[in-house]
Each structure stands twice: as structure tokens, then as C-alpha cells.
Design a protein around this ligand. Structure first.
Ligand code: ZN
Length: 150
């Protein structure tokens, strides 16, 4: 394993041990729950919207290091973004973790710490769970997200 992927593994472990934005949001304007039955990951995403802009984002959940660190980095990244910008980030992330787009690892782009996930198909759903749940919150869907249907 290269030094770079060691570094990225460290970032993932650090975010899973000390997740950012890890709390319920009492005054959230949107909330959605997601579940990945393959791994047992659960996540609840909270958003505070100002019009179309994501003013604040947080999450709670239980699961593996990949699902937790992905939601941690996601909530950091989408703050201040419009729902369209967040959707574009999700698409970029999805193409990268599924291996549909080859993305070069870039130390200045936190999303790319997950580029190695494409080599582990069973972990792809762990990585995208938070993002699918975010999209559900943005679309204000009531149904719980399950990675079985994605
Ligand atoms: Zn998982």
C-alpha cells in the first residue's frame, strides 16, 4: 500500500473516531434517515436550510468507519452550498467510489480520500449512505433511505 493511501486511511479513521458535526439538530429544517442493511450502517442527516442554501448540516449514526467518516466529511463540505452544488458534489463522489470515473488522489480534496473504496464493491454502499440520505433530506422525502434500492 502506498504512503498516500496510508495517509488517506488515517483521515478516514480519524473522522470515524472524531466525527465532525456529529449531533442532533433541534431546529433542523430537514431530517432524513438512511440504512445500509449490507453492513448495518444507520445514519440520520439534519439540515438547516436558508432558501436553497445549506446553512448547517449535522448527522448521527452507527456504523463502520467508512460510513461514519464519509458522513463527517460530507457535512463539512456541504455547509454553505446550494442544493444544486451539493448534488454535484454527490455525483462526483458517486462516480469516484463506484470507479465510473478515475479520480486522482488529491490531498487538497477531502472527497478523494474515498477514491480507494472503488476497489471494494461491498464498501461502496457504506460510502454513499450519508450522501443518499442527504439527497433525501434535500428532496424532503419522508421514506427512509435504504441502500437496497440504490
Ligand atoms: Zn459500513
Amino acid at each position: 500500500m502506498s504512503e498516500l493511501s496510508d495517509l488517506y486511511q488515517e483521515v478516514i479513521l480519524d473522522h470515524s473516531r472524531h466525527p465532525h458535526n456529529y449531533h442532533a439538530m433541534a431546529d433542523a429544517s430537514r431530517k432524513a434517515e438512511g440504512y445500509n442493511p449490507l453492513c448495518g450502517d444507520t445514519v440520520t442527516v439534519y439540515l438547516k436550510l436558508d432558501g436553497d442554501k445549506i446553512q448547517d448540516a449535522s448527522f448521527e449514526g452507527h456504523g463502520c468507519a467508512i460510513s461514519k467518516s464519509s458522513a463527517s466529511i460530507m457535512t463539512d463540505l456541504v455547509k454553505g452550498k446550494s442544493s444544486t452544488e451539493a448534488a454535484a458534489l454527490f455525483e462526483k463522489f458517486r462516480l469516484m467510489v463506484t470507479g465510473e470515473a478515475k479520480v486522482a488522489a488529491d490531498p487538497t480534496d477531502k472527497l478523494t480520500v474515498f477514491s480507494g473504496v472503488s476497489e471494494f464493491p461491498t464498501r461502496v454502499k457504506c460510502a454513499v449512505l450519508g450522501w443518499h440520505t442527504l439527497r433525501s433530506a434535500l428532496e424532503n422525502k419522508a421514506a427512509k433511505v435504504s441502500t437496497e434500492s440504490i
